[in-house]
Ligand binder design. Structure first.
Ligand SMILES: NC(=O)c1ccc[n+]([C@@H]2O[C@H](COP(=O)([O-])OP(=O)(O)OC[C@H]3O[C@@H](n4cnc5c(N)ncnc54)[C@H](O)[C@@H]3O)[C@@H](O)[C@H]2O)c1
Ligand SMILES: N[C@@H](CCO)C(=O)O
Ligand code: NA
Length: 438
């Protein structure tokens, strides 16, 4: 008689959007999951802030822990799933306790992995405990697996990602419906896309967490938030969305990681991407990642990066991997072999730029602007002046050829000193597509 493998017994911490979704998948798809995993996947215990809340799921079959960290010590829990959130606090304590005991740890928490990914990976490896975090980046899109496994036979040149559903949803509705930023944010929060603190979404911090993790997997380094200068979408005005479209672009919040001859550049900023590029087609709450690698070339991944079902499905996939006994270093290479790359500073970034200035409509103003650009060493690609702008003056909109960010910053400083420039100029970076390694 063949022996039936024992079930994989879970403790789940956090029963909010993702936790509830995971309980539903495990209950509703039990047979399919066990067929794929080769053993039953069962929930033994759960933890959340309040026990009584109506979540639309029956928790009565499961043991309850007031303190999520207690899940790790339960004898009938083999793997802990952390769906609380936060870079420190109970999530970190639970990760340390679980991995320290040699048990598997699954999380959707990008803040945690971005801050502590390397030390947790080292702890996991030391104790022979699996550590998985597919849902942490681009939710339901299997992009962690793509980088760690599917593309393992490639050298990555660069990757661009639309990694925050909330921001993409806001930018899309602003463009399509001409709505104000604040009205659309409230809708994204209602739909369960936004972080507990939505400033993490809007100010690009969530995208920076995810970019740091993708960079680590792509380039074999520790996730490093300090190396990801980050700007969000608060300052994106409807007028820039319109000019972008006129110039053949669409504005997207991008997480970027690319290796150049000078080092590794990781950045988060809203950028104009060509309308014909894959990222420009990604609307609403969808996420997408474009990876350029050698020898495979460009690969594109798109899908829902947030929301109950998509995110929980990625957590379920990690659990199945653990049940199957799939191992390997959590960050693709052993923690002891993670490199510390030279990080390209913000001001050394080379690229193309869009600028919009509201200026007085009188002779000589255009000459002042072009003189400022010449003094800073920035070459103009296109320059256009538009009729009356709000509150008097006219808009001058220009794009540059390749320029160094420090030079563009100098030009902007010079513009601010001109009497004819009526408000602080707007600058948005212009991107193409990631490049395969030279
Ligand atoms: N919502 C999404 O679409 C999404 C997508 C990808 C990743 N994530 C990540 O998944 C994680 C969970 O997100 P969410 O949207 O489900 O959050 P949520 O706010 O909906 O749920 C959080 C849960 O954690 C519980 N919790 C909070 N503090 C706790 C504590 N001290 N002890 C025990 N339980 C505690 C809460 O009671 C709640 O059940 C976060 O790391 C988030 O970044 C979310
Ligand atoms: N707040 C995130 C959730 C997914 O990580 C988003 O909007 O994409
Ligand atoms: Na994912």
């Amino acid at each position: 008689m063949t022996e039936t493998p024992s079930s994989l017994r879970l403790g789940i911490a956090g029963l909010g959007t993702v936790g509830r979704g995971l309980v539903r998948i495990i209950e509703d798809m039990a047979d399919l999951l066990s067929a794929r995993a080769g053993r039953r996947i069962v929930i033994r215990a759960v933890s959340a802030r309040t026990r009584k809340r109506d979540r639309g799921i029956d928790l009565s079959p499961y043991a309850w822990c007031d303190n999520p960290v207690d899940l790790a010590a339960l004898d009938d829990v083999d793997a802990v799933v952390e769906l609380i959130g936060g870079g420190d606090g109970p999530a970190l304590a639970l990760a340390r306790e679980t991995l320290g005991r040699g048990k598997a740890f699954v999380t959707a928490n990008k803040a945690l992995i971005a801050a502590h990914g390397a030390t947790l990976a080292a702890l996991a490896e030391k104790n022979g405990a699996p550590l998985r975090f597919e849902a942490a980046v681009a939710g339901g899109i299997p992009v962690i697996k793509a980088l760690r496994e599917g593309l393992a036979g490639n050298r990555v040149g660069g990757l661009y990602g639309i990694l925050n559903g909330t921001c993409n949803y806001i930018l899309t509705r602003m463009e399509e419906e001409g709505l104000a930023f604040d009205d659309v944010l409230a809708d994204a929060q209602r739909l369960g896309y936004a972080e507990a603190d939505p400033t993490f979404d809007i100010d690009g911090i969530d995208t920076a967490h995810k970019t740091a993790i993708l960079a680590a997997l792509a380039f074999g380094c520790a996730p490093d938030m300090d190396a990801v200068p980050c700007e969000g979408i608060r300052s994106i005005a409807p007028v820039d969305i319109d000019y972008a479209s006129e110039l053949g672009y669409r504005i997207k919040l991008l997480g970027i990681a690319r290796k150049t001859a000078k080092g590794l550049e990781t950045r988060v900023y809203p950028a104009m991407v060509p309308l014909a590029s894959p990222l420009a087609q990604v609307g609403g709450a969808l996420n997408a990642v474009v990876i350029a690698a050698d020898p495979v070339g460009q690969t594109v991944y798109e899908g829902f990066g947030a929301g109950e079902g998509p995110t929980a499905s990625a957590v379920a996939a990690d659990i199945i991997d653990i049940a199957r006994g799939l191992g390997g270093p959590p960050l693709g290479v052993p923690a002891a072999r993670l490199e510390t790359p030279v990080s390209i500073p913000r001001e050394a970034h080379e690229g193309r730029f869009y600028m919009r200035l509201r200026v007085e409509d009188r002779p000589g103003v255009m000459a002042d602007i072009t003189a400022g650009l010449a003094r800073a060493g920035v070459s103009i690609e296109s320059l256009l002046q538009r009729g009356a702008a709000l509150n008097g003056g006219v808009y001058v909109v220009l794009t540059t050829h390749m320029a160094v960010e420090a030079a563009v910053a100098e030009a902007l400083t010079l513009f601010r000193q001109l009497d004819s420039v009526l408000e602080s100029p707007t600058m948005i970076r212009v991107e193409g597509e990631p490049e395969t390694p030279a």
